[in-house]
Ligand binder design. Structure first.
Ligand code: PEP
Ligand code: MG
Length: 828
C-alpha cells in the first residue's frame, strides 16, 4: 500500500541535488525533496508519531503508521541559532494528524541568520520505502501532494530472514555519541550491503539504515553498542560497521596529531630545529604547559548555593578577562571580548541553570552546558563554527578554575621562562603573555598562524613546528632559543651560554641604538627613500607603532574590529576606530585593508557554507563583494575619516582585475554621494599567484600594490599556512616566492606604481635587503621591529641590495637563501 506524503510547507519544491550542503545533496541522511518556504508553519505531512524534536526546534521527525520515517529540517546551519526564531508546537511521542502544525518559525529572523532557508523533507529509512512519485520544480501549498512512497518488498531486498543472526560488541569512540552526521555515515555504509543491520544500546534497538532510529539510541562517548547483522552478506556488513564505529569518524576533540617533520638541517648535538614564527633570541628555563583535567563533583549541595557559586565564579572570571584586555589592548582585546560574551551567554546560562535545578553542582552544570554547545557546533559540520570550540573549551576551564580554586596555567609560570608546548591557542597565548615569558617553542603550529602573528606583535621570539624532538625537554631545563638561526640548544655548555649571553647583550644594544634613531626618516645608504610602516589592528597598536617611529601603517587589519562578536560593527563604530587610528598616526598614511574574513578568520554572523577547502573558498574581497551592505558600510566609514585622503583603501585576496574595478566603482559612487572631491587611493594586496603574474594589469588601475607574503607563500608553495605537517617547508624566502615578488615589482614598475610588503617577510631582518634589492620601496612590519628595520635599510646601498637579490633568486632552496642572507650580514 502506498503512502502519500503531503507538503509540510507552502513554497517552491526542488530536487535535493541543489541544496548547498553535501549531507543533504548527497542524500547522506535520506532521500526526498527540498522546499524554499513561503509560509512560516511546518505542518504534519502524514498521520504519525513525533519521534524526534531537536532541542533547537529547527528539525522534527515523524514515523507514519506504515513505518516511513520522515525528517523536516528547516533551513541550513539553523542549529546554530540555538532555538532563536523557532516555536515548537508539539512534543516527542505525540500522535499527530496530517496538517497539524508542528513548528512555527520567524521567517525574517531565520532567513537573516541562517545560511539558507531551504528545507529538506526526507525519508530517512529510504531503503524501506521507494519514492515512486515526487513533485519538483513546482510551487506547492501546505498539505498538497509531495511524494508517493511504496514499501520495498522483502523479496526485492533479497533478505534471508532464516539466516543466522551474528553480532559483535563495540565501544563507541565518537566523542559525542551517534548524532546526525555519524548516523548518516553508518547508514551510508550499511546501504552498501544487503544484510539487515541493527544497533543495540541497552534495551533500545535501531535499524542501522535509519538516522532517526540511530539518534534515538541515545549514545555517548564510550557507550557499549552491539551490532547485529542477518542476511547473505551479514559478516561483511558487520565488519564494516564495527570498523566504522571503532573510529571517531573524524570528530575527535582535536585532530589526531599529524607527524610533524622538523626542518631537515644538520644540527649540533642537543640542538632542536624549528621554523621561525617571530624572530629574536631568548634564554631561560623551559616550562611545560600542563593541562590537568579539573575535577568537579557531580552532585550539588543545593540549588541556592550552587547558583551563588556560579555567579561568583562568573564575576571572578569576568574581572580577570577585563583586566587582561585592558592591560594588553590591541588585537588581544578582541579575543577577550569574545570570551566575555561567552561568560554571559544566555543559552549556556540557561542550560547550566536547568542542570543545577536538577541537583547538579555548579561545575558539573557548567561543564555539561558547555559540552552541549560544543556538540551542537560540531554537529553543524561547519568548519568555521567548529573553530569556535576552542573558545568554549577555554572558557569552560577558566570558570572551573575559578569555581574549584585550581590555579590556571598562567598562574603556575614564573617570569623569564621559555614556554614549551605541543601547540597553543591564541587565547592561551594572550593569557600567558602576562606572565613575563621570554620565548616560545612549539612542536606544532605554523609560522603564519594567528598565534605566530600575535607572538611577532608582542616581540616574543618563537619557534614552531619543532616536531617530537621537543619532547625531551623537561621543566626547568635551561634553553637557548635562537629564533634568528631557527633552533633551540637544549643542552648548552658553559661556553655556549656565555656566547649566547654576549649575543643577547649586543642585540639589546643594537635595539637601543635603533630606538634612539627611530624618529628619523629612512633612506638607504645611497639615498633611496624606503618607507617603513607598521602593521596594526587597533588604535593601541597605532600608538605603539608611532612611538616606534613608524612612518604610517601599511596594513590596518580591519577584521579585528569584526571578529569575536555577534554582529558587524556599525558605520559609526568603524568610523570612530579608523579616525582614532588616523589621529594616533598624526597625518601619516594609513592603509586600511578591507574586511579580510574567511579561511582561518571566520565571523559567525557572516555565514559561509561548509567548504572542502576554505583557503581556496570564500575569503577576503570575495566575501565582501558577496555582502555589498557590509562593504559599503566599511567604505563609508573609511571615507568619513578626516583629513580625507589620509586613509587609503587596500583590497585583500585579489585574484582578478574585476575585483579592483568593482571596489573602485563603489568608492567613486560613495565619494559622489558624500560630496568628496579629494581622490582616495585604492590599492591591491598581492597574495595570489594570479595577482603577482598580472601585476601590470593591476598596476595600470591600482594606486599601489602591497604583497601579503603570508598568503602568497601558502598559495605559491601549495602549503596550508595553518597545517603543522607542512610548516617546516613554509618559508617565504623560498626562491619561488622571491621570484614572484621580483616579477610583481618588475611588472608594477611598467606603470610607475610602488610595491610594498606587508606580510611577515617585512619583519624578517634576513629578508629586508633582498626585498629592497627586488624593488620593494615600502615595508610594513610589526611595530616592535620598525626601528630595527630602519637601521637595516640605512646600512644598505641599493647597488649591493640588487646584487644580493640576484643571488637569492638563483638559490635552490629557502635554506640556501637563509645561508646567503647570513653570509651577507657577516661580510658587512
Ligand atoms: C598576508 O597574507 O601576508 C597578510 C598580510 O595578510 P594576513 O596575514 O592577515 O592574511
Ligand atoms: Mg593575507
Amino acid at each position: 500500500m502506498s503512502l502519500i506524503v503531503t507538503s509540510p510547507l507552502r513554497g517552491w519544491v526542488s530536487a535535493l541535488d541543489g541544496v548547498p550542503d553535501p549531507v543533504f545533496a548527497q542524500r547522506m541522511m535520506g532521500d526526498g525533496v527540498a522546499i524554499q518556504p513561503l509560509g512560516d508553519t511546518v505542518v504534519a505531512p502524514c498521520d504519525g508519531e513525533v519521534t524526534t524534536l531537536h532541542a533547537s526546534g529547527h528539525a522534527v521527525a515523524l514515523r507514519s503508521a506504515e513505518g516511513a520515517e520522515l525528517l523536516i529540517h528547516i533551513g541550513l546551519d539553523t542549529v546554530m541559532l540555538k532555538g532563536e526564531g523557532f516555536t515548537p508546537l508539539v512534543s516527542v511521542g505525540q500522535m499527530v494528524s496530517r496538517g497539524d502544525p508542528l513548528i512555527r518559525f520567524d521567517m525574517d529572523a531565520v532567513a537573516l541568520a541562517a545560511t539558507s532557508l531551504i528545507t529538506p523533507v526526507l525519508v530517512t529509512n529510504a531503503e524501506a520505502f521507494t519514492i515512486t512519485k515526487r513533485t519538483v520544480d513546482a510551487a506547492v501549498g501546505a498539505c498538497e501532494a509531495l511524494m508517493t512512497l511504496v514499501p520495498v518488498q522483502t523479496d526485492a531486498r533479497k533478505r534471508s530472514d532464516d539466516g543466522t543472526l551474528i553480532e559483535q560488541a563495540v565501544k563507541l569512540s565518537l566523542p559525542h555519541g551517534i548524532h546526525a552526521r555519524p548516523a548518516a555515515r553508518i547508514g551510508e555504509t550499511v546501504r552498501g550491503y544487503e544484510a539487515d543491520v541493527h544497533l543495540l544500546h541497552g534495551e533500545t534497538r535501531g535499524d542501522a539504515r535509519s538516522t532517526v532510529a540511530l539518534l534515538a539510541l541515545g549514545t555517548s562517548f564510550g557507550s557499549e553498542i552491539v551490532v547485529q547483522a542477518r542476511g547473505d552478506d551479514a559478516e561483511a556488513a558487520l565488519a564494516a560497521v564495527v570498523a566504522l564505529l571503532a573510529t571517531d569518524m573524524g570528530e575527535g576533540a582535536r585532530p589526531a596529531p599529524a607527524p610533524v617533520a622538523a626542518p631537515a638541517t644538520s644540527l649540533a648535538e642537543g640542538h632542536i630545529g624549528g621554523v621561525i614564527a617571530s624572530p629574536g633570541l631568548a634564554m631561560g628555563p623551559a616550562v611545560r604547559l600542563h593541562r590537568a583535567e579539573i575535577a568537579v563533583a557531580r552532585e550539588g549541595t543545593g540549588a541556592v548555593e550552587e547558583r551563588a557559586a556560579l555567579i561568583a565564579a562568573r564575576t571572578d572570571v569576568r574581572g580577570r578577562i577585563a583586566a587582561r584586555a585592558e592591560a594588553a589592548g590591541g588585537s588581544v582585546a578582541a579575543v577577550m571580548q569574545a570570551h566575555l560574551a561567552l561568560i554571559d551567554d544566555p543559552e549556556l546560562l540557561g542550560a547550566a541553570e536547568r542542570r543545577i535545578a536538577d541537583g547538579a553542582s555548579a561545575g558539573f552544570a557548567w561543564r555539561g552546558a558547555v559540552h552541549d554547545q560544543i556538540d551542537a557546533l560540531r554537529a553543524t559540520g561547519n568548519a568555521h563554527l567548529i573553530e569556535r570550540i576552542d573558545d568554549l573549551v577555554d572558557i569552560e576551564r577558566q570558570l572551573l578554575s575559578a569555581l574549584t580554586g585550581t590555579p590556571t596555567e598562567a598562574e603556575t609560570i614564573a617570569p623569564g621562562a621559555i614556554l614549551v608546548a605541543d601547540d597553543l591557542l591564541p587565547s592561551q597565548l594572550i593569557a600567558l603573555s602576562a606572565t613575563g615569558l621570554v620565548g616560545i617553542a612549539l612542536s606544532r603550529g605554523g609560522p603564519t598562524s594567528h598565534v605566530a602573528i600575535l607572538c611577532a606583535g608582542m616581540g616574543l621570539p618563537s619557534l614552531v613546528a619543532m616536531g617530537d624532538a621537543l619532547d625531551v625537554v623537561e621543566d626547568g631545563h635551561l634553553l637557548l632559543l635562537d629564533a634568528e638561526a631557527g633552533h633551540v640548544n637544549s643542552v648548552p655548555s658553559a661556553a655556549d651560554t656565555e656566547a649566547f649571553t654576549q649575543r643577547l647583550t649586543q642585540r639589546t644594544a643594537r635595539r637601543e641604538a635603533a630606538r634612539a634613531a627611530a624618529a628619523e626618516a629612512c633612506h638607504s645608504a645611497d639615498g633611496t627613500r624606503i618607507e617603513v610602516f607598521a602593521n596594526i589592528g587597533t588604535v593601541d597598536d597605532a600608538v605603539l607603532a608611532a612611538a616606534q617611529g613608524a612612518e604610517g601603517s601599511g596594513l590596518v587589519r580591519s577584521e579585528f574590529l569584526f571578529l569575536g562578536r555577534d554582529a558587524a560593527p556599525s558605520e559609526d563604530e568603524q568610523h570612530a576606530a579608523y579616525q582614532a587610528i588616523a589621529d594616533a598616526l598624526a597625518g601619516k598614511p594609513v592603509i586600511i585593508r578591507l574586511l579580510d574574513i574567511g579561511g582561518d578568520k571566520p565571523a559567525a554572523y557572516i555565514p559561509i557554507g561548509p567548504e572542502e577547502n576554505p583557503a581556496l573558498g570564500q575569503r577576503g574581497i570575495r566575501v565582501a563583494l558577496a555582502h555589498p551592505g557590509l562593504l559599503e558600510t566599511q567604505l563609508r566609514a573609511i571615507l568619513r575619516v578626516e583629513p580625507v585622503g589620509q586613509c587609503r583603501i587596500m583590497i585583500p585576496m585579489v585574484a582578478s582585475l574585476d575585483e579592483l574595478r568593482a571596489v573602485r566603482a563603489l568608492v567613486d559612487t560613495l565619494r559622489g554621494d558624500m560630496g568628496i572631491v579629494v581622490p582616495v587611493e585604492v590599492g591591491v594586496m598581492v597574495e595570489t599567484p594570479a595577482a603577482a603574474m598580472t601585476a601590470d594589469l593591476l598596476a595600470a588601475e591600482a594606486d599601489f600594490l602591497s604583497i601579503g607574503t603570508n598568503d602568497l607563500t601558502q598559495y605559491v608553495l601549495a602549503m596550508d599556512r595553518g597545517n603543522p605537517a607542512v610548516a617546516a617547508g613554509l618559508d617565504a624566502l623560498h626562491p619561488a616566492v622571491l621570484r614572484m615578488i621580483g616579477e610583481t615589482c618588475r611588472l608594477a614598475a611598467t606603470h610607475g606604481r610602488w610595491v610594498g610588503v606587508c606580510g611577515g617577510l617585512a619583519s624578517d631582518p634576513a629578508a629586508l635587503p633582498i626585498l629592497i634589492g627586488l624593488g620593494v620601496t615600502e615595508v610594513s612590519a610589526v611595530p616592535g621591529f620598525v626601528a630595527e628595520a630602519k637601521q637595516v635599510v640605512r646600512r644598505l646601498t641599493l647597488v649591493e641590495a640588487r646584487a644580493h637579490a640576484d643571488l637569492a633568486l638563483q638559490c635552490k632552496s629557502a635554506a640556501d637563501v637563509r645561508a646567503l642572507a647570513r653570509a651577507f650580514e657577516e661580510t658587512r
